[in-house]
Design a protein around this ligand. Structure first.
Ligand SMILES: N[C@@H](CCC(=O)N[C@@H](CS)C(=O)NCC(=O)O)C(=O)O
Length: 228
């Protein structure tokens, strides 16, 4: 049996974006059933969670019978795809190499730039500091997104002729870009993004996450029980 760790509750800007949706999505793509373990903040930050599941006190974690638990959403997506032999090209092929490359590019070369914009919009409180930082982080994020669109070269998928984990990871990462209106000047990339997110496996992953979040309230995360 497979269990995916997810948050009991997340703020509206994050609902549908919390990284366990990537794990749910690939599991849905390959048709592996799973259950969900909902956790609150003190659980995630507890020493036992960090020791046994996720050293940084974060999620997602994939737990599976007869295997050590696995963390890092990118690693989990790749591991599931490779074991299921789906959405990742054949072992040793150029398609496999390109899929790995694009997953790493998404996580290392795109996501940090989008996170910088998200940090300004969602986490900074001081309006003057936000206004000062915003133009630079937005410009840098847009540069990366434009480079990504040029590299796609108008193809339907990032690798070969079919959907792979490259599309999954990049589309997942670009959800925050779409929500922050960073794709407006890149209509072709936005079209690709909408098409990839319209896959039933993604829609179910997102809806399931949002449904669980909607059943809970901020108090269920028990932030007040975290040590100072
Ligand atoms: N690189 C990690 C990042 C994990 C991460 O940032 N998880 C967020 C949810 S999307 C989290 O657990 N946030 C709660 C916290 O950091 O306290 C991955 O991809 O799995």
């Amino acid at each position: 049996m497979i269990t995916v760790t997810a948050m009991k509750w997340a703020p509206p800007f994050a609902a549908g974006q919390v990284r366990d949706h990537r794990v749910r999505w690939i599991l849905n793509e390959v048709g592996w059933p799973y259950t969900v373990r909902l956790v609150d903040a003190p659980t995630m930050k507890s020493q036992s969670y960090k020791t046994s599941l996720q050293p940084f006190g974060q999620l997602p974690v994939l737990e599976e019978d007869n295997r050590p638990p696995m963390f890092e959403s990118g690693a989990i997506v790749l591991d599931v795809a490779m074991r299921a032999k789906r959405c990742i090209g054949g072992e040793g092929t150029a398609e496999r190499a390109a899929a790995l490359q694009w997953v790493a590019a998404g996580l290392n070369s795109i996501e940090p730039f989008l996170f910088n914009v998200a940090e300004v919009e969602y986490f900074m409180k001081d309006e003057a500091a936000k206004a000062a930082r915003r133009p630079d982080v937005v410009a840098r994020a847009k540069e990366r997104l434009a480079a990504l669109e040029r590299a796609r070269q108008g193809r339907d998928y990032f690798v070969g002729d079919d959907f792979t984990v490259a599309d999954l990871m990049l589309a997942s990462i670009l959800k925050i870009a779409a929500r922050l209106d960073l794709l407006e000047e890149l209509p072709d990339l936005a079209d690709w993004h909408r098409r990839i997110l319209a896959r039933p496996a993604h829609i179910k992953a997102e809806q399931d996450q949002i449904a669980e979040i909607s059943r809970h309230a901020p108090a269920d995360m028990r932030y007040d029980a975290l040590p100072d």
